[in-house]
Design a protein around this ligand. Structure first.
Ligand code: AMP
Length: 303
C-alpha cells in the first residue's frame, strides 16, 4: 500500500491552479499541513471544494468530487474511517480500507489533495467535546444507531475547522446525515456552504455504497427491491395518494416480500426537520433502511 502511495505522492502539488491540467495529487497526513495548505490557497483567492468520505470510493463519491472540481479552484477530499461514529459491534474493523485505490480514483476525479489522517492524528486523545444536533438525530438512523450522529457531527466539525471556509459536498444518499450537517453549519456559523448532491445508482437502481461490497451475489440481486419500493411510492403519490401511512405500508410490504431483506424502518419525514409526516406535502422525503446479510443498506427519495 505504501509503495503506491509514494508513487502518487511524488507528484507533489506545488500549484493547485494547475491541478486539473496535470492531474497531480498531494496526500496530506497531518492536520497542521492540511490547515496551512488550505489557508494559503484561500489567501490566493481560491475557493476550496471539500468532499469528506470514509474511502472505498465509488461513482457516488466521485460524482461529488467532480462537481467540487468543476465549481472550486482547489478540491480536497478526506478519507477517514471515523471510529467515533461506529458503535461497538458495528463494522468499523470490517469497513473496506483501500487508500491506494482511493488516491488514484480521486486524482482521476480532479481532486488536488487527499487528506488521509490516521485516527491518532485526528484524535490525539479521546475527545471530551462532542457535537450533538438534537431532534434531527432522533428518528431512523439515530434511533437504531445511538451516538452515530454525534460521531458524524463531531468529525465533520473537526474537518471543517481543519479545512476552513469551503464549499462542502455531501450526498443525498445519507439524507439524515445531510440534514444534520446543514443544521450544524447553521447553528454554529461554520463558514461553509453545504452542497447537496443527488444519489448515484447502479443500473438496476441500487444506490451505490461502500457497504455493497458486503453483499453475497444472491443478496446483491435482491437489494434493488429497496429502490423498486421507493419508486412505487413515487408512483402512488403521482396517482394522488397523500396518506403517508398508506405509502409506508406499501413500501414495507414490498421490502418484506424479499426473503433476504430484513426491514429496519420506512418513514416519511419533512426533509429539513426530520419530523414524521402523516400527509405528503412539499419537502417530503421517504427513507428506508434494511439489512441484507452483513450489509445494512439505506436509501431515500423525494416525494
Ligand atoms: P461515506 O464514504 O459513505 O461516508 O460517504 C461520503 C459522502 O459520499 C457522503 O456525503 C455520502 O452521502 C456520499 N455518497 C455515498 N454514496 C453515494 C451515492 N451513491 N450517491 C451520492 N453520494 C453518495
Amino acid at each position: 500500500m505504501i509503495a503506491a502511495l509514494e508513487i502518487v505522492s511524488v507528484f507533489r502539488q506545488t500549484n493547485y491552479m494547475d491541478s486539473r491540467a496535470e492531474t497531480i495529487l498531494e496526500i496530506v497526513r497531518e492536520v497542521a499541513e492540511m490547515r496551512r495548505t488550505a489557508e494559503e490557497a484561500r489567501l490566493d483567492g481560491a475557493t476550496i471544494g471539500f468532499v469528506p468520505t470514509m474511502g472505498a470510493l465509488h461513482e457516488g463519491h466521485l460524482s461529488l468530487m467532480r462537481r467540487a472540481a468543476r465549481e472550486c479552484a482547489l478540491t480536497v477530499a478526506s478519507v477517514f474511517v471515523n471510529p467515533l461514529q461506529f458503535a461497538p459491534g458495528e463494522d468499523f474493523d470490517a469497513y473496506p480500507r483501500l487508500l491506494d485505490h482511493d488516491v488514484v480514483q480521486a486524482r482521476d476525479a480532479d481532486v488536488a489533495m487527499v487528506f488521509a489522517p490516521t485516527a491518532g492524528e485526528m484524535y490525539a486523545s479521546r475527545p471530551l467535546t462532542k457535537v450533538h444536533v438534537s431532534q434531527l438525530d432522533q428518528p431512523m438512523e439515530g434511533a437504531l444507531r445511538p451516538g452515530h450522529f454525534d460521531g458524524v457531527a463531531t468529525v465533520v466539525a473537526k474537518l471543517f475547522n481543519i479545512v476552513g471556509a469551503c464549499k462542502a459536498y455531501f450526498g443525498e444518499k445519507d439524507f439524515q446525515q445531510l440534514a444534520i450537517v446543514k443544521r450544524m453549519v447553521f447553528d454554529l456559523n461554520f463558514p461553509v456552504e453545504v452542497v447537496a448532491c443527488p444519489i448515484v445508482r447502479e443500473n438496476d437502481g441500487l444506490a451505490m455504497s461502500s457497504r455493497n461490497q458486503y453483499l453475497t451475489s444472491a443478496e446483491r440481486q435482491a437489494a434493488p427491491i429497496l429502490y423498486q419500493a421507493l419508486t412505487e411510492a413515487i408512483a402512488m403519490v403521482g396517482r394522488g395518494q397523500r396518506d403517508a401511512s398508506r405509502i409506508v405500508a406499501e413500501v414495507s410490504e414490498r421490502v418484506k416480500s424479499e426473503p433476504l431483506a430484513k426491514l429496519d424502518y420506512v418513514q416519511v419525514v419533512d426533509a429539513t426537520t426530520m419530523q414524521a409526516l402523516n400527509v405528503i406535502q412539499d419537502n417530503s422525503r421517504l427513507l428506508v433502511a434494511a439489512r441484507f446479510g452483513k450489509a445494512r443498506l439505506i436509501d431515500n427519495v423525494a416525494l
